[in-house]
Design a protein around this ligand. Structure first.
Ligand code: FE2
Ligand code: FE2
Length: 224
């Protein structure tokens, strides 16, 4: 791996090469809330061969190059429209659906796993509550401010959003641990399996969403 790539942070790599973010998802490397680590540090922490990781990113880039978008090179209005349509709009309905399933799985199967299933239900409820408030703040205050190009002095509100992203990231990590990497146990019913599949997608989408806000949108808003 070239030393320049190795010294880049995960956030820089995911911004400059969208294929890198897909590889990070696959390898469960957190590049949104813990995106300030360099690739070299992560390889050391996880005993990963840097050359192997570099090859995987190169191959991923070759396979998805036609549809990859460099959001750091697009206008702010387009980036805001994309975040709202791709991540905000579907999230409320999805959180309702996941909460309903988590409640049902606990009610029907709670006796099979009395420690983890009630905890999972309460984690999903907490994540939903936090995110609904978070989306409302971004949509009603911060995003309009950024769209008007007046967010240079929005350091205070942005730091609140960053803290809320960290909280959401911590909840996602606990959900990942409690569900053993979103893997339903053998013999799990359809709802249980659908819940874990939905949680894996939520994990992926929320990390991409937070990455775009933390590493592209907010830094740009503060520079504007
Ligand atoms: Fe957002
Ligand atoms: Fe956000």
């Amino acid at each position: 791996m070239s030393s320049r790539t190795r010294l880049k942070t995960l956030a820089e790599l995911a911004t400059q090469n969208p294929a890198a973010s897909r590889v990070f998802h696959r390898r469960r490397i957190d590049f949104c809330c813990q995106g300030e680590r360099t690739l070299e540090e992560v390889c050391r922490e996880t005993s990963t061969d840097p050359a192997e990781l570099e090859r995987e990113i190169r191959e991923e880039a070759a396979s998805g190059a036609a549809t990859d978008v460099r959001w750091d090179e697009r206008p702010t209005g387009q980036l805001l429209d994309f975040i709202l349509a791709r991540y905000h709009a579907p999230l409320r309905g999805e959180l309702d659906r996941l909460l309903e399933m988590a409640e049902k799985v606990e009610r029907v199967h709670g006796a099979k796993d009395p420690e983890r299933l009630p905890r999972l239900h309460s984690l999903v409820a907490e994540l939903r509550r936090d995110l609904l408030e978070h989306l409302a703040k971004e949509e009603s205050v911060l995003f309009p401010w950024i769209r008007r190009g007046e967010a240079k002095t929005a350091g205070g509100p942005i730091s609140v959003m960053l803290r809320e992203h960290d909280t959401a990231g911590a909840l996602l990590r606990e959900i990942e641990v409690i569900t053993e990497g979103h893997s339903p146990p053998p013999g799990a019913c359809n709802t249980w399996r659908a819940l874990y599949l939905g949680l894996a997608e939520l994990d992926r989408d929320l990390k991409d969403h937070i990455h775009l806000e933390n590493h592209v949108l907010f830094p740009r808003a503060l520079r504007s």
